[in-house]
Design a protein around this ligand. Structure first.
Ligand SMILES: O=C(O)COP(=O)(O)O
Ligand SMILES: [Mg+2]
Length: 225
């Protein structure tokens, strides 16, 4: 008998619209160094590899140099700012809670695999009362590697008690789709997150425009192929 499916979710731009708070934290940090704020449209480029990369990319976007030591100090300031206001304006996307309820009721295992630091991902999910749905939550620093490395996804599945052969990944950006492809599992893309290219170009197994489409039937049908 094949094991129960596991659905692995990306966090930023997939389960939760976090851009307003990430942007507020980044602009807080940029302002300290007298740098012009970034705009909402920039977030598709800035988000995806965690907070450290977001700050680095913010400086690069404004053509400003950033020493490693300064980056470390600014990351600490960002983390404090982001935690202080959590969950801030961040909200789950439409249909997320209902979809999680339905999948869970069906006996599916659920997990989060995010490049966000674990110490930011956990309180965010808790603050939004989403943490209890998941059998495992793995951040970008939980394991020695992170998405698009297959091991980030595979170790998350293992931690959730699932099996790769019965798992699918849901995400919004190139890291998620590549991680799923590298892990050899179906990739479901959402088009409403923070991808800097249209998700069709990432060749996901499936695109869903709304979480209403993420049903036990869809997951089973993708796993049957
Ligand atoms: O915060 C980021 O940069 C990426 O986070 P995600 O992997 O949940 O999209
Ligand atoms: Mg994402």
């Amino acid at each position: 008998m094949p094991s129960m499916p596991t659905v692995v979710f990306d966090l930023d731009g997939t389960l939760v619209d976090t851009a307003p708070d990430l942007m507020a934290g980044l602009n807080h940090v940029l302002a300290i160094d007298g740098i012009e704020p970034v705009h909402y449209d920039d977030m598709t480029f800035l988000v995806g590899q965690g907070a450290r990369a977001m700050i680095e990319r913010g400086f690069a976007l404004r053509g400003r140099p950033l020493a490693e030591e300064r980056l470390g100090a600014l990351l600490d300031i960002f983390i404090r700012h982001y935690l202080d206001d959590m969950p801030g304006k961040s909200q789950p996307y439409a249909g997320v809670v209902r979809s999680l309820e339905t999948l869970k009721a069906e006996g599916f295992r659920l997990a989060v695999c995010t490049n966000k630091l674990e110490k930011l991902a956990l309180p965010l999910l808790k603050g939004l009362k989403l943490d209890t749905y998941f059998d495992a939550i793995a951040g970008g620093d939980t394991f020695p590697v992170r998405k698009p490395d297959a091991a980030h996804v595979l170790k998350t599945i293992e931690r959730a008690g699932g099996e790769a052969a019965a798992s699918v990944m849901v995400g919004d950006s190139v890291n998620d789709i590549l991680a799923a492809q590298n892990a050899g599992i179906p990739a479901i893309a959402v088009p409403f997150g923070y991808s800097d290219v249209p998700v069709e170009r990432l060749n996901p197994t499936r695109i869903i425009g709304h979480f209403d489409e993420l049903t036990p039937h869809l997951v089973r049908s993708l796993l049957a192929h």
